[in-house]
Design a binder for this molecule. Structure first.
Ligand code: PLP
Length: 418
């Protein structure tokens, strides 16, 4: 009989027993912070509803047409007619869901075609599609780095990377953000014969800054480490073929694994890992977040495959997105806002707010004036900063970027921070 199951002849547990600890008490601080903020009349910045989505750059929010500048929809593929049509066709032909794991009944022709599109996009031997990018990190990291191995990672890594480390049994060794020397120092101290995995991101999404991948990958290789790069925020945009910072830095052939997501430039949902490792396919049998979950619906993999194939020919869109990024960065700096990077390095521009109160007030002023951005606050942010994170889209017109700057100016003056 399983332990922990209450048998019928055992007494029922007594409800409300004195001394019971409310497991929710650990959230009291964040509940108080949230209630304090809302008590000032502030609109909840984490509860916005998109009442109608008009295009990749416009939606109706609170009954008002709003410019979207916080969607990570970098290449604007969500309303691409070919992408939408592929999804409709797959829905009609294959139904609404697979109801199964990839290793049982959940691999359809569409999943294979999506993996084929990824192999072509990255020019790599293997591609494995997960149900989200979060699960791709969780699965690959926890499976390849085991007991006795070491993971060396940037302290500002995404939550899914940290959770992948927590799920596995490797020793986790963080180093200061984007600091090549700090990374080398850590690697030097690790036993020479131990398995090592260095984890980096191409673009760090909080500040929109890029990793010095050329130098970092060289250091990792010097110490015999395998390298995994999460390119969630660069796929489709950075690099000649949109393969990410690894391509731009000329190190794509030196990295062992690239992790990515369909929830940003690809414009749908899902995650993946591509690799040239000769034994990579065994991951399909040993990676728990791949095996023990249902696969993506046919309509989703069909939209993803179509989108990925179109992104292979996206150089005009990439050029326009760079123009948008440069124009917004310069415009915000000229208005007097403090930004996360000196120069635009990606499609993310972070506007640094003095504190949470003013950040939340500015967020509210922007939304009331017709602009949506992401509010990011501690503890998710580096150095406990409050940020208004702007992510540009290749479908934002030059005129829209001008409107965005006008709204920032108006709102900043209303709040009194410029
Ligand atoms: C760097 C990074 N990796 C992974 C993910 C997870 O992607 P997904 O939305 O597909 O779960 C994100 C999402 O924000 C991310 O920013």
């Amino acid at each position: 009989m399983s332990e922990g199951i209450i048998q019928p002849d055992q007494p029922e547990p007594i409800e409300g027993h004195a001394g019971d600890k409310d497991l929710f008490s650990k959230f009291d601080d964040i509940i108080a912070l949230r209630e304090g903020l809302l008590a000032t009349g502030q609109t909840d910045p984490f509860n916005l509803v998109m009442e109608k989505v008009l295009s990749p750059t416009r939606a109706i929010c609170n009954g008002r047409e709003t410019i979207l500048l916080g969607t990570y929809n970098y290449m604007g593929m969500t309303f691409d007619p070919d992408v939408v049509e592929a999804g409709k066709q797959a829905l009609a032909d294959f139904g609404s869901g697979t109801t199964g794991s990839r290793v049982l009944n959940g691999t359809y022709q569409g999943h294979k075609e999506c993996e084929e599109a990824l192999r072509e996009f990255y020019d790599m031997d293997h591609a494995m599609v997960f149900s989200t990018g979060y699960q791709a990190n969780l699965g690959i990291i926890s499976t390849i780095a085991g007991k006795g191995d070491y993971i060396i990672l940037d302290i500002d890594s995404h939550a899914s990377i940290w959770d992948g480390c927590a799920m596995g049994n490797a020793e986790v060794v963080p180093f200061k953000h984007n600091d090549i020397e700090a990374m080398e120092k850590r690697l030097k101290r690790i036993p020479e014969d131990a398995g090592k995995l260095v984890i980096l991101e191409g673009v760090y999404s909080m500040l929109g800054d890029v990793a010095p991948l050329k130098e970092m990958v060289a250091v990792a290789k010097k110490y015999g480490a395998m390298v995994l790069v999460d390119e969630a925020h660069s796929m489709g945009f950075i690099g000649e073929h949109g393969r990410g910072v690894v391509e731009d830095a000329g190190v794509i052939d030196d990295v062992d694994f690239i992790i990515g997501t369909f929830s940003k430039s690809v414009g749908t949902v899902g995650g993946f890992c591509v690799s040239n490792h000769p034994k990579f396919e065994i991951m399909r049998l040993v990676c728990r977040p791949y095996v023990f979950t249902a696969s993506l619906p046919p309509s989703v993999v069909a939209t993803a495959a179509t989108s990925i194939r179109k992104l292979m020919h996206g150089s005009n869109k990439r050029a326009h997105l760079w123009e948008n990024s440069k124009n917004l960065h310069k415009g915000l700096r000229d208005l007097g806002f403090k930004l996360g990077t000196e120069e635009p390095q990606s499609a993310i521009i972070a506007v640094i707010m003095p504190d949470l109160q003013q950040g939340a007030a500015m967020w509210e002023a922007l939304i009331k004036n017709g602009l949506y951005v992401n509010l990011a606050r501690p503890p998710a942010t580096p150095a406990n900063m409050t940020l208004l994170r702007c992510s540009l889209c290749a479908e934002h017109s030059e005129e829209e970027v001008g409107q965005i700057l006008d709204i920032f100016e108006k709102s900043g003056k209303e709040i009194g921070i410029i």
